[in-house]
Design a protein around this ligand. Structure first.
Ligand code: FAD
Length: 242
């Protein structure tokens, strides 16, 4: 997969700071946006505001990602995230799949099991072959695609508000999330935090700010102690969310 932060609001910190500050001072948004408040002052006010749950001040900030080469199974999960998110996806009607190329995803669990790998590769060969035959018979791409598997690769572009991205990462960085969408989430987080290091505190698994796991079946998550679902606040947390 290739996941890239392609564009974002010019100065997200100042944008959120000025949106929050405007609500409690005499100045208008433009004056506050252009004042010379220090970086530390801005970070502090943004943290205080968001920690209080006033996330509407962050909705003026957006991030646009190119998400390429993920499976249709993954894209179906991605597009369930809708509030504050916009999506465009490559059409299987107008863009025919080249089944001679690297056109499908291979899950690591299957790659690691030689017998499962053989079953999987055979299945891909058959569905790719059936797809090509249907096209050759003059069947339109929109109908021929019906034989393609969930594993078929797709490309998307999506734009997220700061708050929407926080909500998404909260769910999909979690060890309960499926491996592929979790991988997408990890890269999205990495891209944003390397551009805006101050944002890392907010772009994290949902359990980290509260210290509570609300998953019914957390499995063997490394963040959890055996003690009542409390989260381990140490290097493990930092590593897993990073
Ligand atoms: C581990 C995991 C397993 C999953 N398994 C399944 C599954 O088996 N089947 C399935 O169908 N889905 C499944 N999902 C998808 C899940 O149910 C959500 O649809 C998806 O994660 C998007 O989250 P969301 O609804 O919070 O996102 P959004 O719809 O983008 O909403 C973001 C936030 O906005 C607020 N919001 C959204 N809509 C409203 C509203 N109408 N009124 C008020 N506030 C609103 C809520 O606070 C919400 O959390 C799974 C998700 C995860 C993480």
């Amino acid at each position: 997969m290739r996941v890239k932060l392609v564009a974002f609001t010019p100065d997200p910190l100042t944008q959120i700071y000025a949106q929050a500050r405007m609500t409690t001072t005499k100045g208008d948004f433009e004056e506050i946006y252009n004042n010379n408040a220090s970086q530390d002052r801005k970070i502090q006010l943004v943290a205080d505001t968001l920690d209080s749950g006033h996330w509407s001040v962050s909705r003026g900030v957006s991030f646009t990602f190119s998400i390429a080469g993920v499976s249709r199974a993954c894209s179906h999960q991605l597009v369930r995230h809708v509030q504050g998110v916009s999506w465009e996806q490559q059409s299987q009607r107008y863009k025919q799949i080249d089944t001679a190329s690297d056109w499908h995803v291979l899950p690591p669990s299957i790659a690691a099991n030689p017998i499962a790998l053989e079953v999987y590769q055979q299945s891909m060969l058959e569905s790719g072959g059936a797809y090509q035959k249907l096209l050759q018979l003059g069947i339109a791409g929109e109908d021929a695609r019906m034989v393609l598997p969930n594993a078929a690769r797709t490309n998307l572009v999506s734009t997220w508000s700061f708050e929407a991205l926080k909500n998404f990462l909260g769910q999909r960085l979690c060890t309960r999330a499926q491996w592929e969408i979790r991988e997408v989430a990890k890269i999205m987080r990495k891209e944003v935090v390397s551009a805006l290091p101050w944002s890392g505190k907010f772009m994290t698994i949902k359990c980290i700010p509260t210290g509570i796991c609300n998953e019914h079946n957390p499995g063997n998550c490394a963040l959890l102690t055996s003690n009542g679902g409390r989260i381990v606040w140490d290097k493990v947390a930092a590593k897993t969310s990073g």
